[in-house]
Design a protein around this ligand. Structure first.
Ligand code: SF4
Length: 366
């Protein structure tokens, strides 16, 4: 860490932390930076940083994944998705493909892509059939999707959305009393688009310290220092520690395009359940690009639909109730090359991040 990081560390370590303080982050990018930098090891003993519901791939409904697999296997279509999604396991019977990757091996035309523009290019090149783009993402992923729609997309490009908003999940955790944290670090990229105001409820409604953080170690340390100081001084406020990009009311054009292309609806989060006002779906004017409209799901009564795989504690990890290495399967039955749950698949999943950061032992001691 460089000098400015050391300055933040010195400030944090000079604070008198007399009681346990649990800080939640809700962004895979934040968790990755915190874990890979070893940031937890320089914090006061009583301070914990908890990964929360910050991985859109992890909360993508199991039934949506299953639907994408069936569309790929049962129809003459091309299915596209961002790379991580290929390996997320469903709860399908063992004699059926359990992931998009296995469906591809079984003959479905399923391909990973890196950007919405790539989806448009594939659809333009294959105009004789539907191209179904499975999108699991938070606001930062959905803003480019909205821009893509506003710019116009080929008639044969369909979207299968598993799009989620971050702040309703935190709102649910706080309002239902499930919150196992004392302060929040809010995601800077989401606030860049949606505006910092979205996170004021944490302070106003719950009297909880909050800070919006960017993605450098220095930015995260500044946010950690802020919420610790707020906690110690009993003066919570929403601190914008990412002023380089986060402006009042966010990105007006991105918000307008999101609003013009999508509705905000109650949505299922895998392993968690329905969270009010936490999902995007396409507005009626875009229905002809909605994969669910063209290929309705056939079986809503599948056993264990929507749940995590047996033995997997991803639900508790996503809610900040367990650390990844407190799952009995972590590093044993569940490894990146053989993931049991989605949190070990995605680069934004807490289990994958902890494993990649070298965390091998069971039980969190930090
Ligand atoms: Fe799920 Fe694997 Fe993480 Fe356990 S270690 S919570 S099985 S992803």
């Amino acid at each position: 860490m460089n000098t400015s990081h050391q300055t933040w560390i010195d400030r944090i370590q000079s604070l008198e932390v007399s009681k346990p303080i649990r800080i939640m982050n809700v962004c895979g990018g934040h968790e990755r930076r915190i874990s890979l930098s070893g940031m937890r090891s320089v914090l006061p003993e009583k301070v914990e940083i908890i990964p929360g519901p910050g991985c859109p791939v992890c909360v993508c409904p199991e039934e949506t994944l299953h639907q994408a697999i069936r569309i790929g296997l049962d129809h003459d279509v091309t299915v596209l998705t961002f790379g991580d999604m290929l390996y997320v396991p469903t709860n399908a019977p063992k004699n059926e493909p359990r992931s998009l990757h296995q469906a591809r091996i079984a003959g479905a035309d399923i391909r990973p892509i890196a950007s919405p523009q790539e989806a448009v290019s594939v659809a333009r090149a294959e105009q004789d059939k539907y191209v179904v783009f499975l999108v699991a993402g938070f606001e930062t992923t959905m803003a480019p999707i909205a821009a893509m729609l506003m710019e116009g997309i080929p008639d044969n490009l369909l979207l299968l959305l598993a799009a989620r908003l971050t702040q309703p999940a935190v709102r649910m955790l706080l309002s239902t009393g499930q919150a196992a944290f004392d302060a929040l670090i809010a995601p800077g990229h989401v606030a860049t688009i949606m505006g910092p105001e979205e996170w004021k409820f944490v302070v106003n409604d719950h009297n909880m310290p909050a800070a919006i953080a960017g993605f450098t170690s220095g930015g995260l340390l500044a946010a950690i220092y802020s919420v610790l100081r707020q906690t110690i001084e009993h003066k919570p406020f929403l601190d914008n520690c990412y002023t380089q990009l986060v402006r009042p009311r966010g990105n007006a054009l991105a918000r307008r395009w999101l609003n013009e292309t999508m509705n905000i609806v109650p949505a299922a989060w895998r392993g968690i359940g329905i969270i009010p006002d936490s999902g995007y779906n396409l507005r009626a004017t875009w229905q002809h690009h909605d994969a669910r409209h063209i290929f309705p799901a056939e079986d809503g009564s599948r056993r264990r639909a929507g749940q995590m795989p047996p033995g997997c504690d991803c639900s508790e990890v996503l809610l900040g109730k367990l650390y990844p290495d407190q799952c009995r399967l972590y590093g044993k039955a569940c490894l990146p090359r053989n993931p049991v749950g989605p949190c070990m698949v995605s680069e934004e999943g807490a289990c994958r991040i902890w494993w990649n950061s070298g965390r091998r032992s069971s039980g969190c001691s930090e």
